[in-house]
Design a protein around this ligand. Sequence first.
Ligand code: XMP
Length: 319
Amino acid sequence: LWTPLNIIEDSIENVRKQVGDDEVILGLSGGVDSSVVAAMLHKAIGKQLTCVFVDTGLLRLNEGDQVMDMFAEHMGVKVIRVDAEQRYLDALEGKTDPEEKRKIIGNLFVEIFDEESSKLTNAKWLAQGTIYPDVIESAGSKTGKAHLIKSHHNVGGLPEDMKLGLVEPLRELFKDEVRTIGVELGLPEEMVRRHPFPGPGLGVRILGEVRKQYADILRLADNIFIEELYKQDLYHKTSQAFAVFLPVKSVGVTGDGRRYDYVIALRAVETIDFMTARWAHLPYDFLGHVSNRIINEIENVSRVTYDISGKPPATIEWE
Ligand code: XMP
């Protein structure tokens, strides 16, 4: 019978059989799939699991600390946190092309993950959060973004000579089942139901060149938007919502006079499959409130716009 509990018990048994006493590494991103794998493997093999969490500096507000809190402090999972913000900023300096940025971010992730895992000389297995739709997708001949999504998220580009066996306990599951199992394994509901977040993170939500100042502004704006969506009970009425940083300056006025600052765009969509999407018809009052908060609370932002483009013709992300 396919109940969440049975699936968990089966998977635990299979993983134990597969890896025996060997050590296993997992790239933990904070996303649903890798988090559920971490929780599952922790339960199955405890200290034989080591997670590598790369803090790219392109994550959302406090996201790195939250991941560490939940897994390392709370659950006692072994997690190596790599603070790679400066490396990412250096690698992305002067780069403006979206696909080139994606490549740089993805390659650097693989490089850092490889550095860390080569220190774990006893590791024989690499765990991945591959889920059933990923299996189907990579069986086809998809190219472009879809392919990059997988190659980044699932660390598909690891060097051949790592010679690690693969552990993929979610390979037969759909996203909804992964979520249910996550909750059953004790992950917070809020975490497993969080909107998807792209592998390249804020790197593709800062248009053009990525700079630390831009990322810091964007984190604050995004946090206000998401916080308000939760407060007004609108978060789960959208499929994905986020802020985008536009590196253009616009004039505004405040009490003390004229200002000339950056622009934030808000994006919220409703979709089932993310292949097509409708822009979310959020209430005007709500949008007005979020806009005021962003402009009042964040220095260097003088204007907020709302994206009313459907997919197609626009994509969900701006890059
Ligand atoms: P687009 O912008 O193509 O986005 O309409 C569709 C969905 O895919 C996500 N997305 C990505 N996810 N790496 C990822 O892991 C990427 O490079 C990437 N680009 C887009 C996007 O957030 C949306 O959910």
